[in-house]
Design a protein around this ligand. Structure first.
Ligand SMILES: *[C@@H]1O[C@H](CO)[C@@H](O)[C@H](O)[C@H]1NC(C)=O
Ligand SMILES: *[C@@H]1O[C@H](CO)[C@@H](O)[C@H](O)[C@H]1NC(C)=O
Ligand SMILES: *[C@@H]1O[C@H](CO)[C@@H](O)[C@H](O)[C@H]1NC(C)=O
Ligand SMILES: *[C@@H]1O[C@H](CO)[C@@H](O)[C@H](O)[C@H]1NC(C)=O
Ligand SMILES: *[C@@H]1O[C@H](CO)[C@@H](O)[C@H](O)[C@H]1NC(C)=O
Ligand SMILES: *[C@@H]1O[C@H](CO)[C@@H](O)[C@H](O)[C@H]1NC(C)=O
Ligand SMILES: *[C@@H]1O[C@H](CO)[C@@H](O)[C@H](O)[C@H]1NC(C)=O
Ligand SMILES: *[C@@H]1O[C@H](CO)[C@@H](O)[C@H](O)[C@H]1NC(C)=O
Ligand SMILES: *[C@@H]1O[C@H](CO)[C@@H](O)[C@H](O)[C@H]1NC(C)=O
Ligand SMILES: *[C@@H]1O[C@H](CO)[C@@H](O)[C@H](O)[C@H]1NC(C)=O
Ligand SMILES: *[C@@H]1O[C@H](CO)[C@@H](O)[C@H](O)[C@H]1NC(C)=O
Length: 697
């Protein structure tokens, strides 16, 4: 009894400490100091200051990361304005990882060089190619590779030779010249040219080695295999040393107004870099965080120290196994407990959500096989899985263990547990055993609305009636969220990728991770601006005041997308047309709606209906939230348009002539003869445009 009592108390103490740590640790101290609208993530890359994606977010142009959203999904981070893809940035030791191209020299069986042979050029001005982490590597059996570059003003040129007679001569992991050779690279290279060549056009070894490959690769990421002789990847990871340049060494830089090391941090010369120009910063002893940000280095908290003491004590007393058990229990008491509560509260109890075991979901997704990934959100990955009864489900899993993401998940469950609507994707259950909860949804078969409208090779486009139904269904859900649900809910991320379609092309709204429950007595909430570029309400962006009208705006954008089948932001279009909203409104104001719709969508039956929908979209897109209609009005109007349509047009044939007359008149004003229009952007439109580019930059 006595011993048990002590143990119990200890357990409680440790739980409290863990709780404190859980509350303190995941808040990265640097978040407070970078401007709040600086993206910290691009695709899989975590971006930390001094790096940043737009003005005001990076230290100087050398640290610019260009995040290309328009051509890549997930978006891709490039170094500055180059084509070099960045895969990892770390503050410690000033290191980053990029992808570099492999040079190759390939031959056909008869000895002719193929035309996909390449030599590569790689330049990383101001930073250097790490000489401690990388090796110049050549793969091949009749092969030599050359690397050339400059160190200061001196030319540098090196190479290595790799030979073998047959595949059995080579040893995995051995790069000493048989099938693979490696050499060190010198300090201070910023620019290299790599060329691979063959002594004898690979004629004798062609069967297993038709090419010579040469590249600079991060040594720890590479182990030579005999299979590399016949096939090597097109890109390899290369380590880069970065530092703050242009201010001399530490001694000089300390006196420069642009000195980058902030309070409680100090300057040091990177060991890998005896370059007089260039330095790094690190937090002083007892501090941790980001030394490049004001107040980025913070003292190690008391809670943390106590946690260390507490948990080592704990380890001492109990076996590791018990700690893991406790963690599980602990998790349940935090997120898990809340989740369970939320789930048990679900009304319409016929289909209560289920608690799945981790084992079950691992099996369902083939151990979270990459091939099963059907989508990636800002904070999670969605897998397709099959339960034991062979029913398909969608399983959402957080990418990294991070308190804020767990909150988003719990938020989603909280929100979904209050919704019961045929046009909302159904939550089937969740799994609480893992560190991050996994959510299980019904599997919606036909993908996202985005895929349907922007997939160019999909021949049969969705007919107008279906688009109108999708719009009406989506509006219905949003109206329901805003008004009929027990506590009003603002979705906050309405966009075509969050509208799923099932096999009879019924819309199902998904992704409530960012949604907000609005207490009934508060008409608006002050929040951190969150949403998706191109769909974001400009008023919300300026004021941070979240209201239901933000969803109305985003919905308006989706309607325009449905009508025009164009992307909401496209850098392929001329500058004034990059923002779809801007583009749409200017043409609409000029009376040229029909010129920007998808070809072939308008016919005599639906012309008036389309015009009305265009007007409705215009009202949804008003810059002032209060001038926009409510979602309920929008939903009713769309339903009305759908229902009245047939009936109306049976009776109004006389009007058609008039409409056509009107049309020809407006198209006359639209056409300036040189492909331009006579429309000038008015102030309210400029707002949309500015907004789009403020963030895009
Ligand atoms: C994104 O990448 C594509 C293809 O590489 C390129 O054409 C486009 O200009 C890039 N966009 C931006 C904003 O860099
Ligand atoms: C980035 O690099 C650091 C240091 O090498 C490593 O610890 C970390 O796991 C890497 N992150 C990713 C996402 O690869
Ligand atoms: C080798 O084969 C390619 C295509 O198979 C052909 O175009 C080329 O002329 C041939 N070269 C010689 C030297 O036979
Ligand atoms: C390939 O190399 C062999 C030996 O050097 C030579 O005889 C032959 O002409 C070469 N073939 C071509 C297409 O260059
Ligand atoms: C360095 O190489 C370039 C060509 O790559 C050459 O023009 C130049 O003369 C060389 N400089 C020295 C000092 O050898
Ligand atoms: C090379 O390997 C990749 C994956 O490792 C594979 O997708 C590709 O088909 C291979 N190419 C050849 C020519 O074997
Ligand atoms: C070498 O081969 C291994 C095993 O097939 C593969 O995983 C690796 O990506 C290859 N390396 C390169 C640089 O292609
Ligand atoms: C101080 O830093 C700025 C910006 O990095 C640089 O342009 C300037 O030359 C530096 N001044 C001195 C005296 O080094
Ligand atoms: C840490 O920085 C703060 C704010 O600049 C300063 O007041 C404090 O003295 C610093 N602590 C140490 C140990 O330098
Ligand atoms: C929706 O999915 C079903 C079943 O996968 C398929 O038969 C149908 O053609 C799809 N419809 C559309 C519009 O893609
Ligand atoms: C300016 O745009 C708004 C809506 O975007 C429209 O209501 C107004 O008529 C336009 N004004 C002019 C002068 O075109």
């Amino acid at each position: 009894m006595g011993l048990c009592g002590i143990c119990l108390r200890l357990v409680v103490l440790v739980e409290m400490l863990l709780l404190m740590a859980a509350n303190a640790a995941p808040t990265p101290p640097q978040l407070a100091q970078v401007p709040p609208d600086c993206p910290t993530i691009c695709g899989d890359l975590q971006i930390v200051y001094p790096f940043g994606t737009k003005d005001g977010c990076y230290l100087n142009k050398a640290f610019l990361i260009t995040c290309n959203h328009t051509h890549y999904n997930p978006p891709k981070p490039f170094l500055r304005e180059s084509t070099i893809v960045v895969t990892n940035i770390t503050l410690e030791e000033g290191r980053m990882q990029v992808e570099s191209l492999v040079s190759k020299d390939c031959y056909l069986k008869n000895g002719t060089m193929t035309d996909d042979s390449i030599y590569t050029y790689f330049s990383i001005n101001q930073f250097t190619i790490s000489h401690t982490k990388n090796k110049f590597t050549v793969i091949g059996c009749e092969s030599y590779g050359r690397i050339k570059g400059k160190i200061g003003r001196k030319n540098y040129s090196e190479g290595c030779i790799s030979e073998c007679k047959n595949k059995d001569d080579v040893t995995d992991g051995d790069c000493s010249g048989s099938g693979c050779c490696q050499i060190d690279i010198p300090k201070g290279l910023q620019e290299i040219k790599v060329r691979s060549s063959s002594f004898n056009n690979h004629s004798k070894v062609w069967q297993f080695n038709p090419c010579t490959y040469a590249f600079v690769i991060e040594e720890s990421q590479f182990r030579f295999r005999s299979s590399n002789l016949s096939n090597t990847t097109a890109r390899v990871p290369t380590a880069i040393d970065w530092s703050i340049t242009g201010q001399g060494n530490c001694d000089k830089a300390k006196n420069n107004a642009s000195y980058a090391c902030k309070s409680n941090s100090s300057c040091y010369q990177p060991p890998a870099n005896n370059n007089a120009d260039g330095y790094l910063c690190k937090c002083d002893d007892g501090y941790h965080g980001n030394p490049y940000l004001p107040n980025g280095c913070q003292g190690v908290s008391l809670g943390f120290v106590m946690l260390l003491v507490g948990s080592s004590l704990f380890f001492f007393m109990f076996k590791k196994r018990r700690l893991i058990k406790l963690k599980e229990k602990f998790f349940q008491q935090n997120g898990g407990f809340l989740l369970q509560q939320q789930l048990s509260k679900r009304t319409g109890a016929s289909d209560t959500a289920k608690i799945f075991s981790e084992e079950e979901l691992k099996k369902a997704t083939n151990n979270f096989d990459e091939k099963r990934i059907i989508g990636r959100g800002g904070y999670g990955t969605v897998y397709k899985g099959f339960l034991t009864d062979n029913n398909p489900v969608a399983i959402k899993k957080s990418k990294i263990v991070d308190q804020s993401q767990i909150e988003q998940f719990i938020n989603e469950v909280t929100v979904l547990s209050q919704i019961n609507h045929r046009n909302v994707v159904k939550l089937l259950g969740c799994c609480l055993e893992t560190e991050v909860p996994l959510l299980v949804y019904e599997y919606v078969t036909n993908g996202t609305l985005f895929d349907h409208i922007h997939n160019k090779d999909e021949k049969p486009t969705i007919p107008w009636e279906t688009r109108l139904r999708i719009a009406a269904e989506t509006a219905g859900v949003l109206s329901y969220l805003h008004s009929s649900a027990a506590t009003p809910i603002i979705h906050r991320d309405v966009k075509s990728t969050n509208i799923l379609l099932d096999d009879d092309v019924t819309a199902k709204v998904s992704d409530f991770g960012a949604s907000k429950l609005v207490p009934i007595d508060e008409a608006q909430l002050s929040t951190m601006v969150q949403g998706t570029l191109g769909y974001l309400d400009p008023e919300y962006l300026h004021t941070s005041q979240l209201t239901e009208k933000s969803d109305v705006y985003s919905f308006g954008v989706v309607v325009v997308e449905l009508m025009t089948r164009k992307k909401v932001l496209s850098f392929d279009r001329p500058e004034e047309e990059r923002s779809l909203v801007m583009y749409f409104l200017s043409w609409l104001n000029a009376g040229c709606l029909f010129e920007i719709l998808e070809n072939g969508i308008v016919n005599d039956d639906n012309r008036e209906q389309i015009r009305e929908v265009g007007e409705l979209a215009r009202r949804c897109l008003r810059v002032k939230g209060e001038e926009r209609p409510t979602m309920k009005e929008v939903a009713m109007e769309l339903e009305g348009l759908r229902r009245m349509h047939k009936h109306q047009w049976d009776n109004v044939e006389v009007n058609i002539e008039e409409t056509e007359h009107l049309l020809s008149e407006t198209s006359y004003t639209c056409n300036n003869g040189d492909g331009t229009t006579s429309v000038a952007a008015n102030d309210s439109m400029k707002d949309h445009l500015l907004m789009a580019f403020d963030i895009a930059r």
